[in-house]
Write a protein that binds this ligand. Structure first.
Ligand SMILES: [Zn+2]
Length: 275
């Protein structure tokens, strides 16, 4: 059995501040240590349930947050920048299940630690088939294309709630309860890892009974930006139309192509973000 694991970091137990997820600095070193333990716990659970190979795609920021030598020895590590399929690079139809580890809530979520949707300085909201979504549902477009079920997500309570409508049957392991964007009540890291290990094993054991993501095709993606300039820029991409001052829309019957359009929107608009 082959498992594809996409790792972010903001959904890790104990993490509540940008300083813990952006290097360099001592807080970031703690953050990546906590993340590595959670990723390894998910791999442990997968191996327990019969996984023969786990591909870990590091999907946060620099995309080399994990230390290769500290990663579980049964995993291969896909890291570094310029991945055409970004948070889902490496997934194909040979995989039996997708895990999303240390994911976070969308920018519009009411209470979600370090909430954002891909780019917090550009994206105000993303909607898929009319529903405001987080990164989990956007990334699920790639899983849908390859007909691979997303069986596990870990993070806070908002992350779990956002994944469920698009990934029915998903095992959601909640490791913290978000109070605000920068406050949360977390489980102790060891307890979080115990839950993730058990959840991963359960999730993989019943992967054969879980359907690929439930996203109706053709799918409609609407992105609302912080500024109208960003929306204008996004329409430079073929298939992306203006739907409002700060809103663009794309519709596609191919979920992979729609995800690629989204990734291109993110990459392009990054160039006019103010810092
Ligand atoms: Zn991230």
């Amino acid at each position: 059995m082959r498992v594809f694991l996409s790792s972010d970091i903001e959904g890790t137990a104990g993490i509540v501040d940008w300083e813990q997820v952006r290097g360099p600095g001592p807080e970031y070193e703690i953050g990546r240590r906590l993340l590595t333990d959670e990723v390894n716990a998910a791999i442990d659970g997968a191996v327990e349930a019969g996984a023969t190979h786990v591909l870990v795609n590091d999907a946060h920021r620099t995309m080399y947050n994990l230390r290769p030598g500290e990663l579980h020895h049964r995993a291969s590590y896909l890291s570094g920048r310029h991945k055409p399929l970004y948070m889902m690079e490496g997934l194909d139809a040979t995989f039996d299940a997708v895990f999303m580890v240390a994911y976070h809530g969308s920018i519009g979520a009411e209470r979600a630690s370090l909430s954002h949707t891909y780019n917090p300085t550009a994206v105000w909201e993303a909607r898929l088939n009319g529903v405001a979504v987080g990164e989990s549902a956007l990334n699920a477009l790639v899983a849908l294309h390859h007909r691979v079920p997303v069986v596990l997500i870990t993070g806070d309570d908002a992350t779990a709630a956002e994944a469920q409508p698009f990934m029915p049957g998903i095992e959601a392991v909640v490791v913290k309860r978000s109070i605000t964007r920068f406050a949360a009540e977390s489980l102790h890291p060891d307890s979080a890892c115990d839950l993730i290990r058990a959840g991963a094993a359960r999730a993989l054991a019943r992967a054969g009974t879980v359907s690929p993501p439930a996203i109706d095709l053709p799918a409609t993606l609407e992105v609302t930006f912080l500024t109208s300039d960003m929306a204008e820029m996004a329409t430079w991409i073929r298939g992306v139309d203006r739907a409002g001052t700060r809103v663009v829309i794309a519709r596609d019957d191919d979920p992979l192509r729609l995800y690629r359009t989204f990734v291109t929107i993110i990459a392009l608009t990054r160039s006019i973000v103010e810092r």
